[in-house]
Ligand binder design. Structure first.
Ligand SMILES: CC(=O)SCCNC(=O)CCNC(=O)[C@H](O)C(C)(C)COP(=O)(O)OP(=O)(O)OC[C@H]1O[C@@H](n2cnc3c(N)ncnc32)[C@H](O)[C@@H]1OP(=O)(O)O
Ligand SMILES: O=CC(=O)O
Ligand SMILES: [Mg+2]
Length: 364
């Protein structure tokens, strides 16, 4: 028999901390990946605290098999030595079918479980994977005497994971969010690409061939438009996360030097409802912080609409556009995010604080 609603919020091991009833909305515009076993990267971590919303010590793909233990120990050392202040501290453990994951969890929880906010689980296929991690974490938390539950984030990077997205989101009160993993997902789906995220010049639609004198000119110059390979999956992920009160993220963008296309990909995700993206290189932190913070123009407009709409019902005209109960709700989302970010980002706080409140409206 499945667990009842009441059981859902009971700890899965005697002495484990009580599950959270709501996942806190903490800023996480960039989830910055570093290899804790790479001395050069690890040395930069203390100075990155406060400059990025999430620092994630990666133990999975991108860490060579022969370095798995070194990276795990590096993460323990960093976790013990670092005061993370306002920055969240996450890790990505090895996949559940790997020989390393059990040692990842049984080492990290007792050693630095009090510092870890979220554990990212790769290649999640269905609810059974989350149930396994959920119970094991409860046992380890109880043994370690932790007082706050470690949250779980799943990477959506298999076709089965996408098909089971709803049950994954609903599998545990620990579920914090989902990230799109476009590289593994492309391989698992047998997509014919060789990239880590981003678009593809071959995935396009072309303008119809023009007709001249009744003859269709198939050889004529025609405009073509590159399409977004990831639109379907991101949109699905956003809906599933919103429905379950957890947070969606775009994942990696592997073309580090193409900061322009990275910004576009991140912005598409932001507009569709994602709260952040992965950063693989320090240059991508700046991009994510910019893109996933509402612009001053958007916050200015949102505040004007909220002020004009009073109790939030009815319809008004602002700058020639109709605003009503539905658009004011979008504006509330924008302003709530701006306030949340202003609380941790002094520069944004200054920019948003300078926005005037006056608005001219015509009541309809
Ligand atoms: C599909 C997936 O699973 S994606 C997630 C897994 N992948 C990752 O986590 C990749 C993380 N990033 C990296 O490994 C590296 O950034 C690479 C390999 C992409 C590029 O590394 P480099 O060639 O060293 O980049 P570059 O020369 O520009 O680095 C400049 C400096 O930034 C440092 N740096 C690079 N990436 C990072 C990082 N993610 N975090 C902290 N420091 C970094 C470098 O060590 C270097 O330091 P130095 O100035 O002291 O020499
Ligand atoms: O882990 C991320 C991916 O794209 O694969
Ligand atoms: Mg992957």
């Amino acid at each position: 028999m499945t667990r009842t609603a009441k059981d859902f919020f009971a700890p899965l091991a005697v002495g484990a901390p009580a599950p959270l009833r709501e996942i806190p909305a903490r800023p996480s515009r960039a989830i910055h990946f570093f290899d804790p076993g790479n001395e050069k990267m690890a040395a930069k971590v203390p100075d990155m605290v406060g400059t990025v919303d999430v620092l994630l010590g990666n133990l999975e793909d991108a860490v060579k098999a022969e370095n798995k233990e070194k990276s795990r120990q590096g993460l323990v050392d960093i976790g013990r030595a670092t005061d993370f202040g306002p920055t969240q501290f996450w890790t990505r453990i090895n996949s559940l079918d790997s020989p390393w994951v059990l040692d990842d969890l049984t080492t990290l929880v007792p050693e630095i479980g009090d510092k870890l906010d979220v554990i990212m689980v790769p290649k999640v296929q269905g609810a059974e994977d989350i149930h396994y991690v959920d119970r094991l974490l409860a046992q380890l938390e109880a043994k370690a005497g932790l007082t706050r539950p470690i949250l779980v984030h799943a990477i959506l990077e298999t076709a089965r994971g996408v098909a089971n997205i709803e049950e994954i989101c609903a599998a545990s009160p620990r579920m914090q969010g989902l990230s799109l993993g476009p590289a593994d997902l492309a391989a698992d789906r047998r997509m014919k690409t060789t990239r880590v995220g981003g678009g593809h010049p071959g995935y396009l639609v072309r303008q119809d061939a023009p007709k001249v004198g009744g003859e269709t000119q198939y050889d004529a110059e025609r405009t073509s438009y590159q399409q977004d390979l990831w639109h379907y999956t991101i949109a699905r992920m956003v809906d599933a996360c919103a429905m379950h009160g957890i947070y969606p993220y775009y994942g990696p963008f592997g073309d580090i030097l193409d900061t322009v296309a990275c910004e576009d990909q991140f912005r598409n995700a932001f507009l569709l409802g994602c709260v952040g993206a992965w950063s693989l290189h320090p240059v991508q932190i700046t991009i994510a912080n910019k893109v996933f913070s509402p612009s001053v123009e958007d916050v200015t407009h949102a505040r004007r609409v909220i002020t004009a709409m009073g109790d939030g019902t009815g319809a008004v005209m602002i700058d020639g556009k109709m605003e009503d109960d539905a658009s004011v709700k979008q504006c509330q989302v924008m302003v709530a995010l701006a306030e949340e970010l202003a609380a941790i980002d002094p520069e944004l706080k200054k920019q948003y604080a300078a926005i005037p409140d006056q608005v001219e409206v015509h009541q309809s």
